[in-house]
Design a protein around this ligand. Structure first.
Ligand code: NDP
Ligand code: 2IT
Length: 447
């Protein structure tokens, strides 16, 4: 692991001591702190005002009981979380994740990443994240609804369009946002569309929000390639996962002339040399709530149960499933197969060792907090539309998304240059994301 700046080393030690057992949060904090050395040297005022220490401590953490009744009439129990991390730039903003692996350390890492990501969008949103260890797999729509209603029966008192604005993440899509918004509306007796994003079009949603993370990722990847005179045209691409982010990344890659040869879920991998049929994938996944094995069967493509998606040869890899899914072995395999770019659609999907290995071998690397910021950026556009009671067309909204991704890309590069790490998107994203929040925190006093 690279050494930390002497002023940042005690900050990291404090994060570890104050948040025991939260490995993912330690990892996310460490990565940002590793980038901030040159910033602290140039601007000692950030360290003097303890801005970085304060940033690592969430403003508020809510943990609550979520009891609900399953279809068999049995009482089930889950734990709910909302970590309101930083509101220097705007209301807390970030998704809700429903997955059995969710615990405080996951929510904190996601909330921490969200601060810098949201700052990078240039839009007025603070950082937060929430979720539950509820496992939606195999649950009926009625069970999911009752869970969401119970979850919101506690969460409603902590959120609001000027306070904290949740959205989706793993396991939470438009259906779940509907159940959550419905219960919020019922409890508060207020039609506050701006309290949630990722809503359906007929009840306050924005065009392009569903597609935004995947599309934005591909716009970002295009800019990275363009910086060295390349493009997506004719490139072979591997995408991990097959959820919201993966599906729309696949769609946009193919619209731009690339060929996605494999995708996955937690059970296996489909290899489809002629290119994934994204319409069929949508029908299987969204229409029938099916699995990759069902897609492979319907398509007549090769399915590898328990397979590793990173062994499939490609020029571009887009990890779009979950944290730490791309580790050193996967990265080594990508390098061997001639991969030139890894761009993260998921949050923190590449382990620190894997990132080092990729870069040491000349593979361009775009970190999630920049490359997947299109989702939350479009959420902020949804908030704008809600606030003005307006609804924009698809093309206009997609254009705004493309502009935002281009501006994040350019700012990452310019910041990396300014702080002596040309071409380093990790340093650029962390430093550019940080300085905007830190300046706001300094201006707002010791809060
Ligand atoms: P979905 O729930 O729609 O899809 C998740 C996909 O990832 C599924 O294919 C799932 O497979 C796979 N996956 C999830 N957890 C694991 C795991 N532990 N091991 C292996 N595979 C796993 O989620 P999203 O597409 O919305 O989110 C994917 C990633 O993108 C997450 O990291 C999320 O934080 C990030 N992200 C999402 C944004 C959004 O707008 N939705 C915005 C920015 C980032 P299976 O069905 O088998 O579990
Ligand atoms: O990780 C993310 O940026 C998201 N899940 C989207 C958050 C949002 O508020 O749209």
């Amino acid at each position: 692991m690279p050494e930390l700046h002497p002023k940042l080393s005690p900050v990291f030690d404090e994060v570890v001591a104050r948040n025991p057992g939260e490995a993912e949060f330690h990892q996310a904090a460490r990565e940002v702190l590793e980038s901030l050395g040159p910033v602290v040297s140039k601007h000692p005022e950030y360290a003097d005002a303890e801005v970085i220490r304060r940033l690592c401590e969430p403003e508020r953490q809510v943990i609550f009981r979520v009891p609900w009744t399953d279809d068999a009439g049995r009482v089930q129990l889950n734990r709910g979380f909302r970590v309101e991390f930083n509101s220097a730039l705007g209301p807390y903003k970030g998704g809700l994740r429903f997955h059995p692996s969710v615990y405080l350390g996951i929510v904190k890492f996601l909330g921490f990443e969200q601060i810098f990501k949201n700052s990078l969008t240039g839009l007025p949103i603070g950082g937060g994240k929430g979720g539950s260890d509820f496992d939606p797999k195999g649950r009926s729509a009625g069970e999911v609804m009752r869970f969401c209603q119970s979850f919101m029966t506690e969460l409603y008192r902590h959120i609001g369009e000027h306070t904290d604005v949740p959205a989706g993440d793993t396991g939470v899509g438009q259906r779940e946002i509907g159940y959550l918004f419905g219960q919020y509306k019922r409890i508060t007796n207020r039609y506050e569309s701006g309290t949630f994003t990722g809503k359906g079009l007929s009840w306050g949603g924005s065009r392009v929000r569903t597609e935004a993370t995947g599309y934005g990722l591909v716009f970002f990847a295009e800019r990275v390639l363009a910086a060295s005179g390349e493009s997506l045209e004719g490139r072979s691409v591997v995408v991990s996962g097959s959820g919201n982010v993966a599906i729309h990344a696949i769609e946009k890659v193919q619209q731009l002339g690339g060929r996605v040869v494999a995708c996955s879920d937690s059970d296996g991998v489909v290899v489809d040399e002629t290119g994934i049929d994204v319409e069929l994938l949508k029908t299987v996944k969204n229409g029938h709530r099916g699995r990759i094995v069902d897609y492979a069967e319907a398509r007549g493509a090769r399915y590898v149960r328990g397979g590793d998606v990173w062994t499939v040869p490609c020029e571009i890899a887009l990890p779009c499933a979950t944290q730490n899914e791309l580790r050193t072995e996967g990265a080594a395999s990508l390098v061997r197969n001639g991969c030139v770019l890894v761009a993260e659609g998921a949050n923190m999907p590449t382990s620190p060792d894997a990132i080092r290995l990729l870069r040491d071998n000349g593979v361009a690397f775009a970190p999630g907090k920049a490359a997947n910021a299109g989702g939350v950026a479009t959420s902020a556009l949804e908030m704008q539309q809600n606030a003005s009671r307006d609804s924009w067309g698809f093309e206009h909204t997609e254009e705004r998304l493309a502009e935002i991704m281009a501006s994040i890309h350019d700012r990452c590069l310019a910041t990396a240059d300014e702080y002596g790490s040309p071409g380093d998107y990790v340093a650029g994203a962390n430093i550019a994301g940080f300085t905007k929040v830190a300046d706001a925190m300094l201006a707002l006093g010791v809060i």
